[in-house]
Design a protein around this ligand. Structure first.
Ligand code: FMN
Length: 362
């Protein structure tokens, strides 16, 4: 199986790159021959629409740039994998230019397509037979409708180039991907879906419904959470400077943001363990002047980011200590003895926190 991976993402430390790398890990597990093209690393000129490739020198472009070699790769490929970030509901200009420049592989004379539309004839029809297209689309927005235009464009491109659509991987909410601590299971499933997709692409060229569903798993429970979480990503990105966007340090800070960890803790409440509990817990983080009130009310928990006068239990510590506690990496006894965690009020509530708020099960 010859697999051609075409990357249309300009940002090399971004989420499209990361997820496409995961896909390639799966591809490498099988005996596929892989060609990996990074479009942003090449100077590929846009199509001039001059029809030189039809009329003057059939099959050849008026431009002389790396695209002529890439056309040969397209013809050789059994599976074409196109990865792109979503820009204005569409593919990046790099990938768009790539598709425009496949025009020398088509020729004049319209024919009816599989979707019952009209398309240009293919110049080497035999070399297109059975070729498949798989797409990887990564965007920041949450709603599925926001991805319909780009995915529909890919479906139409597949139809017009007589490619069989092998599958579409859509990853919304890209800026929530660093929230690994609060969404460990879901993120594992998302990442493993991309690896499995690569495996499937290299064996059959067709993606299963399961990998496509898992790749797109929601990372936020609703639109309001999505906005909050997304804005937190950008607050960290802004404060660390544009040059550091998606540096490992930034991703680490985003992933450990207490605002999200507290929200996810409130969401992870065990309704059975707290069925008869009414209590107000206050968490004060001294290093960042952050205050969170968690009100437990018979199986439910509401979080408000505010100081509280008389909680049933007040926990005071730094955010780093809280993250270590959240990750079950802290010697709690020692932390209490050394007063890096200070408790006031009903200390027995503190010992029950692990039971009331089990580790995130999503
Ligand atoms: C010019 C531009 C336009 C964008 N338009 C959209 C959009 O229409 N829909 C969307 O979901 N995200 C949009 N985004 C956000 C990117 O898709 C998102 O940041 C994604 O993670 C970028 O991929 P990367 O992380 O690989 O760089 C846009 C970003 C840029 C820079």
């Amino acid at each position: 199986m010859n697999v051609l991976v075409v990357r249309g993402n300009p940002r090399k430390n971004g989420f499209t790159q990361y997820l496409t790398d995961q896909f390639c890990i799966g591809l490498k597990e099988v005996e596929a021959s892989i060609t990996d093209i990074d479009l942003a690393a090449h100077d590929i000129k846009p199509c001039l629409g001059c029809y030189y490739c039809w009329l003057t020198k059939p099959g050849q472009c008026v431009h002389h740039d790396p695209m002529s070699g890439f056309l040969e790769e397209v013809l050789r490929a059994d599976v074409l994998v196109c990865a792109t970030p979503v820009y204005y509901f569409a593919m990046s200009s790099y990938l768009k230019t790539f598709f425009e420049r496949t025009f020398p592989l088509t020729t004049e004379g319209l024919e009816v397509s599989s979707m019952n539309l009209l398309r240009n004839q293919l110049r080497y029809p035999d070399r297109w037979k059975g070729k498949k297209l798989i797409t990887i689309t990564v965007g920041a927005l949450r709603s599925r409708e926001a991805y319909e235009p780009i995915n529909q464009t890919f479906r139409l491109i597949a139809d017009t180039l007589d490619l069989e659509l092998g599958g579409q991987l859509t990853r919304p909410e890209s800026h929530l991907l660093p929230y690994r601590l609060s969404k460990p299971m879901t993120l594992k499933r998302v990442e493993s879906a991309f690896v499995r997709a690569g495996h499937e692409a290299g064996t059959t060229g067709v993606l299963s419904e399961t990998v496509m569903t898992d790749a797109a798993l929601p990372l936020s429970p609703d639109g309001a959470y999505f906005r909050t979480y997304s804005n937190i990503y950008w607050e960290h990105a802004t404060s660390s400077g544009a040059r550091n966007v998606n540096s490992p340090a930034l991703l680490d800070r985003v992933g450990k943001d207490p605002d999200i960890l507290m929200r996810e803790m409130a969401r992870s409440i065990d309704p059975r363990a707290t069925a008869r509990v009414k209590a107000m817990l206050q968490f004060d983080f001294t290093d960042r002047d952050l205050h969170y009130r968690l009100t437990i009310d018979c199986g439910q928990c509401v979080m408000v980011a505010e100081p509280t006068e008389n909680p049933d239990l007040r926990v005071t510590c730094t955010t780093d200590i809280w993250v270590a506690l959240f990750m079950r990496q802290l010697d709690v006894g020692a932390a209490l003895r050394q007063r890096v965690i200070v408790l006031e009020g009903d200390k027995s509530l503190f010992t029950r926190l692990g039971r009331y708020f089990p580790p995130p099960a999503v």
